[in-house]
Design a protein around this ligand. Sequence first.
Ligand code: NAG
Ligand code: NAG
Ligand code: NAG
Length: 456
Amino acid sequence: MKFPVRRLRRRCSWLLMTLLSAYLVFYLHYSFTVYTYQSVLLPSKSFPVTCKADLLSKPRLVSEQKQNGSGEHITCQQILFGSGNETVYEVAREIMAAHPATYIDDGQFVELTADCVDFRRRRGYHLSPLDQEEVEFSIAYNIIMYRHIEQVERLLRAIYRPQNMYCIHIDLNSPAEVHAGMMALARCFPNVFIASKLEYVVYAGFSRLQADINCMSDHVKQDDRWRYLINVAGEAFPLRTNAEIVKILKIYNGANDIEGIYGKRIIRSRFEREYEEVNVKSPKRKLRQTGQKNPPIPHHIDFVRGSAYGIFSRAFVEFLLTDTKAKDLLQWSRKTFSPDEFYWSTLHHTYRNPHLHTPGAYSGIPDEKPWLASYAMWRGGKTVCFGKWLRGVCVYGIGDLPELIKNKYLFANKFLLDVDPLAYECMEALIEQRSICPPPFNDTYYRNLPFIIKQS
Ligand SMILES: *[C@@H]1O[C@H](CO)[C@@H](O)[C@H](O)[C@H]1NC(C)=O
Ligand SMILES: *[C@@H]1O[C@H](CO)[C@@H](O)[C@H](O)[C@H]1NC(C)=O
Ligand SMILES: *[C@@H]1O[C@H](CO)[C@@H](O)[C@H](O)[C@H]1NC(C)=O
């Protein structure tokens, strides 16, 4: 009887050993996975840059189609850089017309992001920093959106780096599924958050400016590392990689990059007359003239018009949130037309406003300097838009890309997935290719900008 018992014991211990080691292997593997996932959120010491894939080859939207040979040679390389061969664009347009792209429905994002690890990996986010210079220079972003999560998500992916911060403002009038989907998406990233206070945004109303201010206020409270803040529209797309943006912002050296429109081009009625937002929670929401006049602008501030989009130094953001004159100007602008198009500009241009003492300001003539935050192509003259005109602005198509990518701006507005998804895909490929395999960056143009703060 003794012998079989001993054998049984031996067998049992073998089984136990096997189970234990299996568990150990599994545990080690699992904890390693968890460890690597957590460590990507922190700067690591080495930054291997591997330039393997050629992302500018055949776009997915074209290669997915069973073509009878015509789309065989179409590449993003040709679409982006042109080659004088118009046939490429014609054939690409034909293929896209015959096979319209499909989109991810806003309502699907809650489910898509249920498993965050899987979502981040599948969508190809850069979860580790690409180089040391980028790690040491964090950027805060505001993304102001209304709908179409897929497009905002792809914009986020293009500008996403673990060291940056992203505030997303969702219009309170956006459908519930947009709110749910974006909240679910934000939960998958420690550095992406929804603005703590949301607005019912009325076109050209104060609420649009307030949305940006809400995000700025959150950014200042949330994180003390970021050095610059950039606000972008959901329909914008970067023309530069994060590494290039960091290099440019280092050259700016604390200066803001804000548009200035001055003199005769100021539309005075926009702030002399009183406007108010009406029906803010209904589809009939709009900005209406009350027939009254606004009181004079406070503190004898001289008015400068510009864009709603800009590049703001941290000191500028902190200044506008705390300075008495800046806050008074904000209060006064509540009943004006499109204050988002003069608030930053007026604060930034100290030409006739030296008493503002704005950090990173420009004291020269506002119109006589470039502005590189967000390129838009406006309708007029002989301007050709290969995509589609929308409220006077070109929504880019593939034919617009060769000229667009030559310019020095940091972002471009507008891209719409449902106008030209192929243009969007090739822009993503370009920015990703340059992020992974950075070509030499010629910074001469930026070093000679009149508004930068010269390094001593
Ligand atoms: C396929 O080939 C035919 C003629 O060879 C051409 O007319 C047609 O446009 C092609 N289809 C596509 C989608 O390119
Ligand atoms: C232009 O592009 C089309 C489509 O890729 C190709 O078939 C054609 O050979 C090209 N023509 C020239 C002159 O390169
Ligand atoms: C860099 O850009 C400047 C102008 O922006 C140009 O004059 C110069 O030739 C460029 N340098 C190189 C090496 O491409």
